[in-house]
Design a protein around this ligand. Structure first.
Ligand code: BYC
Length: 348
């Protein structure tokens, strides 16, 4: 475009016989200024759309860093759904009744579906599913810290449903209004399914909380172990969150990490009363002035250790994903061969 303009300008000056000659240096300045002007114009229009709640769609112009931020977040989110199947899948064969087994199977299948919608949304930003999978397996891409803890007893499955899916919904409801269209639309269905997941988790713990002494102890123990990791799901404190400010400006995120964490604590601190259990935080206390619960210090060192790959199950989780991928190679090949055969039959 700039080249054409330069050509037009010289042609025009030649035609009008202008004596003015643009030197190499002035052309360069012109070129840079022109590019900045065009870019600024695109960027202003882009931000106007966001400010006016118009969704950004795959073929729309977007700043490269907006594309990268969405790609990073959506693919991490997809990986979390897929890795998140592992701790729960661990209990499918050991669920205490047929009813619980059927519910758990359905839930784990839902998570696989969420992963697929999200990978598809991320692909619209120009990265293939294969590349995203490779990034997960090589450790380059992150997934939620929460899935690096073991599921030691049946009560952990209830605690995951209630606390982990509960934290996920708190975050994801705002994502149904995120500025990137394909991500927002994927989140609508995901949220509907997640709210069923949370309720089934709570109901499962409610049964345990009304059960035998051993069942009540098991329920409390699971809550003790999942509480702090669930709070870490919302990410680092706002003061340490490197992406929040820009993501809020672009309305990728609509609430900050700390705001969502506080909303979650306020909700759970009330719900636990129905269970007759305790949250493992001696500093948890209603603050009448703030109209929120105060809570204790989160162990951020432990959080960053897990994020960096040193949590209790990081290695196990990635090994399981790599193995599943290798063992699924023949299925991918068979699906490709079938698709090629069909295309030939239909003369494509
Ligand atoms: N774990 O600047 P920040 C589910 C990283 S699955 C690991 O605040 P951002 C379910 C962060 O990536 C639910 N890493 O980042 C499935 C960044 O590092 P990079 C999963 C974390 O993106 C199965 C750095 O720390 N939900 O529900 O503005 C069964 C600085 O953070 C974590 C989603 O993925 C973490 N917890 O905000 C059951 C929701 N927190 O990337 C349930 C979508 C932060 O620069 N994601 N980091 O290397 C988000 O909303 C945001 O990405 C976050 C972080 C709020 C998580």
């Amino acid at each position: 475009m700039v080249y054409l303009l330069w050509k037009d300008l010289t042609a025009c000056e030649w035609i009008t016989g202008s004596q003015r000659v643009l030197t190499g240096v002035s052309f360069l300045t012109f070129d840079i200024n022109y590019r900045n002007m065009v870019f600024q114009d695109f960027e202003n229009k882009f931000q106007d759309k966001i400010d006016n709640e118009i969704k950004i769609e795959p073929k729309d112009w977007m700043p490269e860093s907006y594309r990268k931020t969405n790609l990073r977040q959506i693919s991490q989110h997809a990986h979390s759904e897929v890795v998140g199947m592992l701790p729960e899948g661990n209990w499918i064969g050991r669920a205490p009744s047929l009813k619980r087994k059927a519910i758990l199977l359905a839930k784990v299948q839902d998570e696989a579906g969420h992963g697929l919608y999200l990978y598809s949304a991320a692909e619209t930003l120009g990265m293939s599913r294969e590349e995203m999978t490779d990034d997960l397996h090589s450790g380059k891409a992150k997934y939620s810290s929460i899935f690096n803890y073991p599921t030691l007893t049946w009560a952990d499955i209830g605690a995951i449903g209630w606390l982990v899916d509960g934290a996920a919904i708190m975050n994801q409801v705002m994502l149904t209004r995120t500025s990137y269209g394909p991500y927002a639309r994927a989140m609508v269905r995901i949220c509907k399914e997640e709210s069923f997941h949370q309720r089934q988790g709570f109901e499962s713990l409610l049964v345990l909380s009304k059960g035998t002494k051993e069942q009540r102890t098991m329920c409390q123990d699971a809550i003790n172990r999942w509480w702090w990791p669930a709070l870490m799901m919302f990410g680092p404190q706002d003061s340490e969150s490197q992406h929040s400010e820009q993501s809020m400006k672009w309305k990728i995120k609509r609430k900050s990490n700390d705001e969502l964490r506080q909303n979650f604590i306020d909700m759970i601190a009330e719900q636990i009363k129905t269970l007759g259990m305790k949250l493992p935080d001696p500093d948890l206390k209603w603050n009448e002035e703030r109209k929120h619960y105060d809570f204790g210090e989160i162990n951020w060192d432990a959080f960053w250790q897990v994020v960096k790959g040193n949590g209790p199950c990081n290695k196990q989780r990635l090994d399981a994903r790599r193995k599943a991928h290798e063992e699924g190679q023949w299925i991918r090949e068979a699906a490709m061969a079938y698709a090629e055969k069909k295309m030939k039959q239909n003369n494509y």
